[in-house]
Every structure is written in structure tokens, then in C-alpha cells.
Design a protein around this ligand. Structure first.
Ligand code: BES
Ligand code: MN
Ligand code: ZN
Length: 492
């Protein structure tokens, strides 16, 4: 999709749709008076009738007096907007517009404001939300719906200098949307097609298309040589071999320490011998959404030519039961040398991530962020709204929290205290892979913390946020917006 900021006259702007958010009460913004006058007071009238409550819309076809083919008015209500209400308002109209036969949309934001946010922030969110709205998950339907026609968004700027800033913001938002949509596409794919080898091939494609990206894929033999006994114990039951995917993006001097993103890539989590119950098990195809999100973030970093070094590491496995599968009670040795008693083969995410966290030490990282659909307990704690955030570093934690806020992709911090870590004690190995029912997302994070090197580390548990269930079932692409905001902030 194409995004552009420019100053234009809304009365004479030729667009398939002119989108204008308007508050329900108060004097009409001065910038909208020409539009109101040209339409014979249409906006004023509709504000008194159809646009009284927030998010209500009025769509006028071939509005007399305007060049645009449609005028879509959306009410911002009678209270000031906040980040979330702005985002849900725009997401709503974006999906409405993306379902109509509209090729281009022109937008006037003069009549609305989000307290505490500037127009660049609004522009970036607009581009992200419209870019996300054109995503369709119908690639496996034999009769596909008509693809969305929307291809262009023009945002009204007050003049040349504002246009430059808004164009940068639109560009960022568009790149975030592409990253989000890549993550959704991979997440929504079925596990019979999206297996570890498929993820590795997609990673290779990404590297082939971008000279700044280098791909290294380790196979099971190479992982055995590295003594990744924990990771390999998870894929033991699967006929799809494990892959360790490493992508290195160089956007800064070679000597610059990289940010490392690690994504959980369990392409299907049956639970293994500790088999999951049947209901909803299909959704465990989404257990690679951490991997998908770090690929999405990398995609955006490439598109924006970010001046940073970035390493993406994906331990990709399938967790299946079989005669070769790991049993509850088995003891495995991780790459770090620490031994693990696998009391539950369904706590497999931590078993692959621990070896990846040991592996990434070789990159001498500036920071390491792992992203994982790690625990059902995190869904109980935070629901579908916030990612669980854990970190051994205050500054890193605060930056990620702030990135979540400004990206509209929020996280909430939880503790990594020693008291919780003690729940991992067992009589037979250095640790167990589960810490009991209490605070399951915290003990899972504590487990990971035992494998982090001497680097700044954060863990995002996205079990509740990576996909929607029910009628809306589908990957969300979160936390790509948070991650990209963090990466953008590194050079700010
Ligand atoms: N992938 C699951 C976590 C999960 C469950 C994510 C439901 C989203 C929705 C993970 O591998 C898992 O099975 N975790 C177990 C851990 C338990 C055995 C300690 C869980 O959360 O039940
Ligand atoms: Mn599991
Ligand atoms: Zn899992």
C-alpha cells in the first residue's frame, strides 16, 4: 500500500473516499468549514443526528459539492480520545473501508486530536492500521474473496514542513503493518505446511532478497555437535527435523553490538507425551507466533533500513508424541551444561529457548529479547490485552514498556524473584522444567533466566496476545509494533 502526506483542498480532492473524523459536540474545526459549506452544511447536520456517539459513522455517496466519490464521517464522541480509543476507532473505519470497492482514501485529521500525542504519532498509527486492514487469511480457500482494492492513503498535512514529518511517520507505520501482516500470514498457516523446514526456507528467502541479511540454518546434526540436548529433546518425537534459524541483518558498523531477537518456533504443540486435551488443539499451530513476530520485526527493520545490527534466532521444532518422543521424567542436558528433568513434555517452549539463549551469547549482544507463546498461565494473568514482560534490566524493561505504550501494543511487567525460581527445584537434576501451578508464567521466565548469559535480557510471553480465538480466529501480528518501536528508538 502507498502512503503519502500532502496539503490538499478537501473540497476538490479526487479520492474514492474522503475520511473525516469529527467530534460529536463543540464548534466545528475551522479547517472543516469549507467542507461543511461546500456540502450545504451536511457535516453540521449529521453531527447533530447520526454522529452523536463515538465510532458511529455516516457514509455519503457522491456528496454534492465535493470531488470525492464518498464522504465517510466518523464520530470521535464527546470525550477526548486516548491512545486505545483512537486506535480502535481508526481500526474500525479502516476495516470498513478495506471491505468496500475503494482504491484510494484521503484523510483529514484536523478536527481531532489525541491528548499527549502529536500528529506524527497519529499518522504512523493510521498507516499501520490501514496497512493491517488489507490483510486477508483466505489463501487456502478454493473460492477466494475479492482481494481488497485499497492501495493508497493520502493524509492531509498543514504544509510542506509538516508533510515531511508525516511522510516519515507514514513510512514507519506502513513498514510496521507489513511486518505485522507477515507475522499473521505465517501464524495463520496450518502446521502441515508451516513446519520447521518451511520456516527455515522462508528465512532463506528473506536473506536472498536482502543483501544486508545473512542466513545460517543449523540442522539437527550441527545442533547435536553444539550439545543442544534440551532443544533436540523436544523435536525427538516429530518426523519434521528441528532447525535453528539465524538471520543477521547488518545496518551499522560491524563492530556495533547487535540486538538479538529470539522467537519460539514450535510449529505445532501437541504437548508431546503429556498430550494436550483435544478441544482447541488446532490453535497450537500458533505456537510459532514468537518466531513469526521476530521475522516480522526484521522485515520492518529491513524496509526502514534501520541503522542497527540485528540478529534473529529461531529455534524451530514440532512437539509430537511418538515412540521416539521424550517421556515425563527424562533428564536432558542443555547446551549450557545444566541438566533438566522434563516433568511435563508440554512445557517445551522453555526447553528450546534455553539452548537458543545460550547460543546467542556468541553475538556479544547489546540486548536479547525473546518472544514466546510460553504459558497458559500468562493468559490467565493478563488476558488478551497485554504481553507479559520479564527482564533482568530496568532500563530495557522500561524501554519496552514505553514502546508498547506508544505502539498501541502494550506489555505489563511481572517479577523474576528468587522465591519463584526456587519452585523449579527437583531431587534428580539441576532443575525441573515446570514449577507447579502457581505463577506458571513467572516460573517459566525464571527457567529461561537460568540460561541467559551476561547480557541485558527481556522475555515477552505472548500466549494471550498472539492470536484471537472464536469467530475472529486469526493471528494478531503482535508484538511486531512494540518490537519495531523499540528498534526505532535505539538511534533516537
Ligand atoms: N504453547 C503452550 C502455551 C500456551 C497454551 C499458549 C495455551 C497459548 C495458549 C506451552 O507450550 C504450554 O503448553 N505450556 C504449558 C506449561 C505447563 C505444562 C507448565 C501450559 O501453559 O499449560
Ligand atoms: Mn506446550
Ligand atoms: Zn508450546
Amino acid at each position: 500500500m502507498e502512503f503519502k502526506a500532502q496539503s490538499f483542498d478537501p473540497v476538490n480532492q479526487p479520492a474514492d473516499c474522503l475520511l473525516v473524523p469529527v467530534p460529536a459536540r463543540g464548534a466545528l474545526a475551522e479547517a472543516l468549514l469549507p467542507l461543511d459549506n461546500a456540502t450545504g452544511g451536511l457535516i453540521s447536520r449529521l453531527r447533530r443526528t447520526d454522529l452523536q456517539s463515538a465510532r458511529s459513522t455516516a457514509l455519503c455517496h457522491q456528496p454534492a459539492g465535493l470531488k470525492a466519490h464518498r464522504l465517510l464521517l466518523v464520530s470521535t464522541g464527546d470525550k477526548p480520545l486516548n491512545d486505545q480509543s483512537f486506535i480502535s476507532l481508526i481500526a474500525g473505519v479502516a476495516s470498513q473501508i478495506a471491505r468496500m470497492p475503494i482504491k484510494s482514501v484521503a484523510i483529514c485529521l484536523e478536527a481531532m486530536a489525541v491528548p499527549g500525542r502529536d500528529r506524527s504519532w497519529c499518522a504512523q498509527q493510521m498507516a499501520r492500521l490501514f496497512g493491517e486492514a488489507i490483510y486477508r487469511a483466505d489463501q487456502f480457500k478454493s473460492k477466494r474473496d475479492k482481494p481488497p482494492t485499497l492501495g493508497k492513503l493520502v493524509l492531509k498535512s498543514s504544509g510542506r514542513s509538516e508533510a515531511a514529518a508525516l511522510n516519515r511517520a507514514l513510512n514507519r507505520g506502513g513498514a510496521v503493518a507489513e511486518g505485522v501482516n507477515l507475522a499473521r500470514e505465517l501464524g495463520d498457516m496450518p502446521a502441515n505446511l508451516c513446519n520447521p523446514t518451511y520456516l527455515a526456507n522462508r528465512a532463506r528467502d528473506l536473506a536472498d532478497k536482502n543483501p544486508r541479511v545473512n542466513a545460517t540454518i543449523l540442522d539437527e546434526k550441527q545442533m547435536t555437535e553444539l550439545k543442544m540436548g534440551s532443544l533436540l529433546s523436544v523435536s525427538a518425537g516429530s518426523d519434521s527435523p528441528a532447525q535453528l534459524i539465524v538471520l543477521e541483518y547488518q545496518g551499522a558498523a560491524k563492530a556495533d553490538k547487535p540486538v538479538v531477537l529470539v522467537g519460539k518456533g514450535v510449529t505445532f504443540d501437541s504437548g508431546g507425551i503429556s498430550l494436550k486435551p483435544g478441544a482447541g488443539m488446532d490453535e497450537m499451530k500458533y505456537d510459532m507466533c514468537g518466531a513469526a513476530s521476530v521475522l516480522g520485526a526484521l522485515h520492518a527493520a529491513i524496509a526502514l533500513e534501520l541503522p542497527i545490527n540485528l540478529v534473529v534466532v529461531i529455534p524451530a521444532v514440532e512437539n509430537m508424541p511418538s515412540g521416539k518422543a521424550t517421556r515425563p521424567g527424562d533428564i536432558v542436558t542443555s547446551m549450557s551444561g545444566q541438566t533438566i528433568e522434563v516433568l511435563n513434555t508440554d512445557a517445551e517452549g522453555r526447553l528450546i529457548l534455553c539452548d537458543a539463549l545460550t547460543y546467542v551469547d556468541r553475538f556479544k549482544p547489546a540486548s536479547v529479547i525473546d518472544v514466546a507463546t510460553l504459558t497458559g498461565a500468562c493468559v490467565i494473568a493478563l488476558g488478551n490485552h497485554a504481553h507479559g514482560l520479564f527482564s533482568n534490566n530496568e532500563e530495557l524493561a522500561n524501554r519496552l514498556l514505553a514502546s508498547g505504550e506508544s505502539a498501541g501494543d502494550r506489555a505489563w511487567r511481572l517479577p523474576l524473584w528468587e522465591e519463584y525460581d526456587k519452585q523449579l527445584k527437583t531431587n534428580f537434576a539441576d532443575m525441573a522444567n515446570i514449577g507447579g501451578r502457581n505463577a506458571g508464567c513467572v516460573t517459566a521466565a525464571c527457567f529461561l533466566g537460568r540460561f541467559t548469559g551476561n547480557y541485558r535480557w527481556a522475555h515477552l510471553d505472548i500466549a494471550g496476545t498472539a492470536w484471537n480465538t472464536g469467530n475472529n480466529k486469526g493471528a494478531t501480528g503482535r508484538p511486531v509494533p512494540l518490537l519495531v518501536d523499540y528498534l526505532l528508538g535505539l538511534n533516537a
